[in-house]
Design a protein around this ligand. Structure first.
Ligand code: FAD
Length: 469
């Protein structure tokens, strides 16, 4: 049995590891376009900031670790064509020669590529690129290019186009490195994955740390700055009211989201679905004989929304694991995503799981959203922090639909959102959150855990009987 995985990131490697774990006699080959298998691209901002001191430390596992599991790595090898009928994969080797690799089962984990927004100077003839200080960010090579700009040109200023979670992490990283940062975001508020009320708190944290945050502002053009000026690049933008503005910078980072990389699978006949991603069932089968797919290149089964596209590392790991098992003939199923995510912005963190109010509305629920505050631990014990939360439940059924949290990074925001994620995963009603037996000691918590207080605020707002105080 020869399994071939295309892609050396979360999905491809998870599939390969799982297959080798389940059957140590399975021959597993992983084809990777670059020389950096199993690197944590989620950690890139912390290498750029200097908190992770060497890029090699971003490897989840070294090449030797991976090979020790029994998988064969084909690095710097690009998959070109899938020959479905003959079960062959055409690749171009590092020496430039083409080769046909036979497989019994193939797992496509080609991931995603950065979205290139329609900004003049970013594409087409004469476009500016990494050598000019204009960057996208997805791979280790992208990271090295960013570091070259920062170090070789002693960059003092940056414009970041996009204020999603990667843009925010990079603002944190670049400011930590000492650069002046302007963040340009087309939408009315930063971090659109949470409601604007919490986005405004993130915005305030960025501003307090010295970032210039221009929301409702669309970058239109990137060009070289006039010679002799203080900076190398010029970014022209337009506000929502139509006013033009410009900023000079040594580095421009465009982080405007990703799109699934489906070229290879689509050319082989795979169907595409939500978000233009490869259509797969919960077993990660593409419908093409002997071809599975996982990670950022495929649609996401969402437990509340059905099929959507929600690329995340957590999901890619799980889907890869399912694909690896099923490539061996198992019947594993991806249980579905809730879009649970968390981001650190300097000393604060913002997290979400499930649906925001508008998303719940659009999905046909009858949502009620309340905002509440609570302490992360008893306020009399030193170092307590307030947590702001927004909880969305369905008025008709009382079902918990979503939660968003914002608070100090030491306030266990990530683990608290995981309480809500677990509750939503198991279809709990909001009121039942108060019944959960959660831990308490004054330095670490409160008798009613913060998210339970949020649930009780929702109960009050919707007229549900409160549990005994
Ligand atoms: C800066 C940053 C921070 C992030 N932070 C988080 C986070 O905190 N939490 C979270 O959950 N997610 C985070 N993510 C998202 C997460 O990294 C992705 O969801 C995850 O890496 C997807 O894994 P993947 O294997 O599907 O695809 P990718 O990581 O896109 O990898 C695709 C792989 O396929 C290879 N490949 C592509 N085409 C070919 C080909 N033709 N031939 C051979 N190989 C090919 C590539 O070289 C690569 O190895 C972050 C992403 C970035 C960029």
């Amino acid at each position: 049995m020869h399994l071939v995985m295309i892609g050396g990131s979360d999905a491809g490697i998870s599939a390969a590891l799982r297959a080798r774990e389940l059957d140590s006699s399975a021959e597993v080959t992983v084809v990777v376009a670059d020389a950096y298998p199993n690197f944590s691209i989620c950690g890139i901002p912390y290498y750029v900031s200097g908190e992770v001191t060497h890029w090699r430390n971003l490897a989840h596992r070294t090449v030797a670790d991976l090979e020790a599991t029994g998988m064969a790595l084909r690095l710097d090898t690009i998959a070109r064509r899938i020959e479905v009928a003959g079960r062959k994969l055409l690749v171009t080797r590092p020496d430039g020669q083409d080769e046909l690799i036979s497989y019994d089962k193939l797992v496509v984990g080609t991931g995603a590529v950065p979205v290139r927004p329609p900004i003049t100077g970013l594409a087409g003839p004469g476009a500016l690129g990494p050598d000019d200080g204009v960057h996208m960010l997805h791979t280790m090579s992208d990271t090295f290019a960013v570091m070259r700009t920062i170090e070789d040109t002693a960059a003092a200023s940056a414009v970041i186009v996009g204020a999603g979670y990667v843009g925010l992490e990079m603002a944190d990283a670049l400011i930590t490195r000492g650069l002046r940062v302007t963040q340009v975001e087309r939408l009315p508020e930063v971090l659109a994955t949470v409601d604007a009320e919490l986005g405004a708190l993130v915005h305030a944290e960025l501003a307090a740390r010295g970032a210039e945050v221009l929301t409702g502002t669309t970058a239109r053009q990137i060009s070289r700055a006039p010679a002799g000026g203080a900076a190398r690049l010029r970014v022209a933008a337009q506000t929502a009211s139509g006013d033009a503005l410009e900023r000079m910078a040594d580095l421009v980072l465009v982080v405007a989201g990703v799109r699934p990389d489906t070229e290879l699978a689509a050319a082989a006949g795979a169907r595409v679905g939500a978000g233009g991603a490869i259509q797969v069932d919960r077993g990660m089968q593409t419908g093409l004989p002997d071809v599975l797919a996982a990670g950022d290149c495929v649609i996401t089964h969402h437990r509340l929304l059905g099929e959507t596209y929600l690329p995340l590392g957590t999901t890619a790991h799980k889907q890869g694991r399912v694909a690896g098992a099923n490539a061996l003939g198992a019947c594993a199923q991806f249980a579905g995503s809730l879009g649970t995510q968390v981001v650190k912005i300097f000393d604060q963190a913002a997290a979400r799981t499930g649906l925001r109010h508008d998303e719940a509305n659009a999905a046909g629920f009858d949502p009620v959203t309340v905002q509440a505050e609570a302490d992360d631990h008893k306020a009399y014990y030193p170092g307590s922090h307030r947590i702001t939360m927004r909880l969305t439940g369905d008025r008709r059924t009382g079902r918990l639909l979503g939660m968003q949290l914002f608070g100090h990074k030491d306030a266990e925001i990530a683990k608290r959102i995981d309480i809500a994620a677990t509750a939503i995963f198991h279809d709990m009603i909001v009121q039942a959150m108060s019944d959960l037996d959660l831990s308490y000691t004054p330095p670490l918590g409160t008798p009613w855990e913060a998210v339970q207080l949020g649930a009780q605020a929702w109960d009050r707002a919707t007229g549900q009987p409160a549990p005994d105080a």
